[in-house]
Design a protein around this ligand. Sequence first.
Ligand code: 3PG
Ligand code: MG
Length: 393
Amino acid sequence: MLKLLKMADLDLKGKRVLIREDFNVPLKDGKVTSDARIIAALPSIRLALEKGARLMLMSHLGRPTEGHFEAKDSLKPIVDELKLHFDVPVRLVANYLDGVDIGENEIVVFENVRCNKGEKANNDSLAQKMAALCDIYVNDAFGTAHRAQASTHGVAKYAKTACAGPLLVNELEALTRALNHPRKPLVAIVGGSKVSTKLTVLETLSDKVDQLIVGGGIANTFMLATGLQIGKSLVEKDLVDAAKKLLQKVTQNGAEIPLPIDVVTGKAFSESTPAETKAAMQVLDDDMIFDIGPKTAEKFAKIIAKAGTIIWNGPVGVFEFEPFSKGTETVSRAIADSNAFSIAGGGDTLAAVDKYAIKNKISYISTGGGAFLEFVEGKTLPAVEILEQKAQI
Ligand code: 3PG
Ligand code: MG
């Protein structure tokens, strides 16, 4: 399906192999707080070691100032995690652009690639230096595939051989399967605070889905578009027309955007604000909607139970606050219980997956946030495109 050279098909014995990872993980007090991206990268790293590669890994972490390395930018917490998973030495190297000596049976990790001047601008000479470090460049960083930067794009252009790692291949195959060949009905759940950040995703999905469940602040904008009162809830008034158009289009396609029939409200954005469950038609002027109500959650759960394919991005309420977590919990459990091919992606979504411990019940969990959304939007991911171009040479 994909016209990419794959790392799994290449002979790596004794070769200098440079893998671009997405180790951009959340940290607190110098420790990794969610290791999902690291765990997802392990099989590819193991495979490269088994194939006898002289292995180098590189990644960005956060958005540091280029040319200015600070302790907080270091990949040391990630190296500490990696050490827990490998018997071979894992070595963090700060100055690598002029070459690194490396043997088999060790892992060298380069310091934060975004501390290099020219990384974000996809600078040619930086990319050439990276390419010169290896015989084979592997991109396994799906989460960063929407960025055209020196370590994701330029390096692939100049590398002798550039290929896709197993994680990247899995991500692309799972997403393609869900979007292009879905078992019907296709149900998408798009939550989160703003329509604006997800408008293109909603538009793309509106042509494919049978049911488009919107949640969070996004649902408020749609409720307003149908004439419901939403009080002081988070909303984007300038996108009400866009929401109306989407509602029309989806209906014309014979599909549906089911809106909340009941909601849970509070008077202030706080965990301790008294929570009230009420009909969607009874929202007061000083109410803020923070979750879908139990009837709506049940209605959504029934839709999810009948799905053949589920694409999930974003919670349906402020699930970090206990009184407003039930909607997201019910939806999460419905996705977990369904027999559909289910895909989940995005930071908040993965936090919900963790909170309700349903990781093993989702068919595919994407490591991508922005990249996941851009793929669903139908955009070309530059880091994938360059690999396709290289495969044709
Ligand atoms: C992400 O976490 O979204 C990716 O690692 C990309 O990071 P970025 O948004 O800082 O480019
Ligand atoms: Mg991002």
